[in-house]
Design a protein around this ligand. Structure first.
Ligand SMILES: *[C@@H]1O[C@H](CO)[C@@H](O)[C@H](O)[C@H]1NC(C)=O
Ligand SMILES: *[C@@H]1O[C@H](CO)[C@@H](O)[C@H](O)[C@H]1NC(C)=O
Ligand SMILES: *[C@@H]1O[C@H](CO)[C@@H](O)[C@H](O)[C@H]1NC(C)=O
Ligand SMILES: *[C@@H]1O[C@H](CO)[C@@H](O)[C@H](O)[C@H]1NC(C)=O
Ligand SMILES: *[C@@H]1O[C@H](CO)[C@@H](O)[C@H](O)[C@H]1NC(C)=O
Length: 221
């Protein structure tokens, strides 16, 4: 295999970098970030300052693929599969109404008006299920040993977990967020003062649920 000239190699490296950078820039440039609940509808607004709309194209970008949702040109609207029954265009302002949202509808949406790059706009949409009531349980709560209280949501993805003890908010560094469904509150050396009522509030952009648990530390009376 031939070695590439360094300048050529640099060019290749840059070409490889530009694609992800361009995508990052697109997400960066997203003027709107929307969250919506599974099953609901969302109205994604088109560019604001366009006086005459001749054509509109809406696309859903997921990963490196882009899927055209609809195209409108010269009063001719084509809605592509599988959006035919649940996508509607407001041709006067380029807004897209998307109904019966599913989690797979999450991602970046791009609207291009009048075929002009500078008249395009991206929207980041996150379609979420409401979080279920967290389940709380404790592990290893024995005096002078380390223990933990765990909080798990079975349905929906939680973006934020907050913990309280006897109604007082605990500092975020006391717990760690293992995934969209689990948070762990660490008690380094369990002691009597750790006994009490713990509550965990799991939330995402559309919902929150809180559960409490009475915790006792064994062998420390
Ligand atoms: C676009 O037009 C529709 C119908 O006229 C209206 O309901 C909607 O609010 C408009 N959207 C924006 C972002 O102005
Ligand atoms: C609309 O506004 C955006 C940002 O304010 C600007 O970049 C764009 O050129 C404007 N488009 C028109 C058609 O004026
Ligand atoms: C409308 O657009 C579709 C697909 O882009 C095309 O097949 C059809 O001929 C167009 N109809 C008119 C009346 O322009
Ligand atoms: C739970 O968290 C959410 C969002 O962070 C907040 O809006 C809500 O008030 C909290 N609930 C309680 C009972 O603190
Ligand atoms: C925790 O204990 C208190 C007082 O003993 C009681 O009122 C409360 O219902 C208990 N909470 C739970 C979640 O068991």
């Amino acid at each position: 295999m031939l070695l590439h000239h360094p300048v050529e190699l640099l060019g290749m490296l840059l070409a490889g970098l530009l694609v992800p950078l361009k995508q990052a820039a697109e997400v960066e440039r997203a003027l709107q970030r929307r969250v919506a609940m599974v099953g609901s509808s969302v109205l994604l607004a088109g560019p604001r300052n366009i006086t005459l709309i001749r054509s509109v194209q809406w696309e859903h970008l997921s990963g490196t693929a882009s899927h055209t949702i609809l195209q409108y040109e010269r009063h001719n609207l084509t809605i592509h599969m599988p959006y035919t029954a649940r996508a509607h265009l407001h041709a006067s302002n380029g807004s897209l109404l998307l109904e019966d949202l599913q989690e797979s509808d999450s991602g970046v949406y791009r609207v291009t008006v009048n075929r002009a790059e500078r008249e395009s706009l991206t929207v980041l949409l996150d379609v979420l299920k409401p979080v279920s009531h967290p389940q709380l349980w404790s592990r290893g709560l024995v005096a002078k040993a380390s223990g933990e209280v765990l909080c798990e949501v079975v349905e929906g993805r939680a973006d934020i977990f907050t913990w309280k003890k006897d109604g007082q908010l605990l500092p975020p560094e006391r717990s760690y967020h293992l995934s969209g469904s689990l948070s762990v509150l660490h008690l380094r050396v369990a002691k009597k003062s750790d006994c009490g009522s713990y509550s965990c509030n799991a939330s995402n952009g559309i919902s929150w649920q809180e559960t409490s648990l009475n915790v006792t530390v064994a062998g420390d009376h």
